[in-house]
Ligand binder design. Structure first.
Ligand code: DAH
Length: 330
């Protein structure tokens, strides 16, 4: 009997336990065989023999039941473990990314000028006063500095307010002819429907020997560029003022929202202003030590282009990181 209880104790799974049950408690099992011996026991000993056997049976039964419930709960635990969901696991859904409309527009602009052999230049976001203002014919206390609300650092450096300082850097570091663009971020203290403190521009500059580069070239290239960007629009050059160009011109296209008929977006003028440009002022050439040269320059607001191309009404949505905006550009 001792070995039977050990056998039960050592059992490790329910199937094995079931065969042990049949072996011990079954109709043809060990206990049944023991009870069978009762017949041949002398009558006087029958009672003790039977009691003894019954006690052993109950003791074994108790061990058996205890083992059974242990193995059952182990099996249940195992099953629960194997069926468990790991809620911390990432799902398998694959989401596709999208190029941000500002980056996409910037790339499109860059592609155009690169195809015309313009070099792509860059400069630092933190600039000095000379490159951002002084060399661009904006001397200290010049009222035109007010046109650009500037973030200054304590050491008088500043966050560049436009990409024009890259013109200065390029001219200081290379000889003519120059044919360059400078895409990048710029910063101004401004925040409303059409202004954010950080935005992007693409600067353009062409310089060659005196008389080689003219306003006519500027007009031709920008007209072609605007047709490339906006398709079949009217292009208009309007006299304006920038300290670094003379003459200066702002360039308008016929409104892409109303085809020039007049609507809320174009303030019922039928025209949208899209960029600034002009013939480089001689004071700029003087500041970088150039003589007997001529050139033209232009500055493109990338967000403005992105808004017009994609009909985005509020500039700020481009920088809020709302995934629902990006999803529309897949
Ligand atoms: N720097 C000007 C701005 O941020 C844009 C600009 C206008 C750049 C005319 C130019 C230019 O190079 O010729 O408003």
């Amino acid at each position: 009997m001792e070995e039977l209880s050990i056998k039960i104790e050592n059992c490790t799974n329910l199937d094995e336990l079931e065969s042990i049950r049949v072996e011990i408690f079954g109709k043809k099992g060990i206990l049944a065989a023991e009870f069978g011996k009762l017949k041949s026991v002398p009558p006087a000993e029958k009672k003790d023999f039977a009691k003894n056997l019954n006690d052993k049976k109950s003791a074994l039964m108790e061990i058996f039941e205890a083992k059974k419930s242990t193995l059952e709960s182990q099996a249940l635990e195992q099953q629960l473990k194997s069926e468990a969901l790991d809620v911390s696991l990432y799902g398998y859904e694959q989401t596709k990314g999208a190029i941000h409309p500002v980056k996409d527009t910037m790339d499109k602009i860059i592609d155009y000028f690169v195809s015309l052999n313009f070099a792509v230049e860059s400069g630092p976001l933190v600039e000095n006063d000379f490159n951002n203002f002084e060399a661009l014919n904006l001397p200290k206390n010049h009222p035109a500095r007010e046109m650009q609300d500037t973030f200054f650092f304590a050491d008088k450096n500043l966050l560049r307010t436009h990409t024009s300082p890259v013109q200065v850097r390029t001219m200081l570091n290379s000889d003519i002819p120059i044919r360059m663009i400078a895409p990048g971020a710029v910063f101004r203290r401004d925040y409303d429907l059409t202004h954010t403190p950080m935005f992007h521009q693409v600067e353009g500059l062409v310089v060659d020997k005196s008389g080689v580069v003219s306003f006519a070239n500027l007009k031709a290239i920008l007209t072609d560029f605007l047709h490339y960007m906006f398709g079949d629009v009217e292009v208009r050059f309007r006299p304006s003022f920038f300290p670094f160009t003379e003459p200066s011109t702002e360039v308008d296209i016929s409104c892409v929202f109303c085809d020039g008929d007049g609507c809320r977006v174009c303030s019922h003028t039928g025209w949208l202003e899209v960029l600034g440009s002009g013939v480089v002022d001689s004071n700029v050439f003087k500041a970088v030590g150039y003589e007997n040269v001529s050139g033209y320059a232009f500055g493109i607001g990338v967000e403005r282009f992105a808004m017009l191309l994609h009909k985005i009404p509020d500039l700020r949505t481009l920088f809020e990181g709302d995934i629902r905006l990006l999803e529309q550009f897949k």
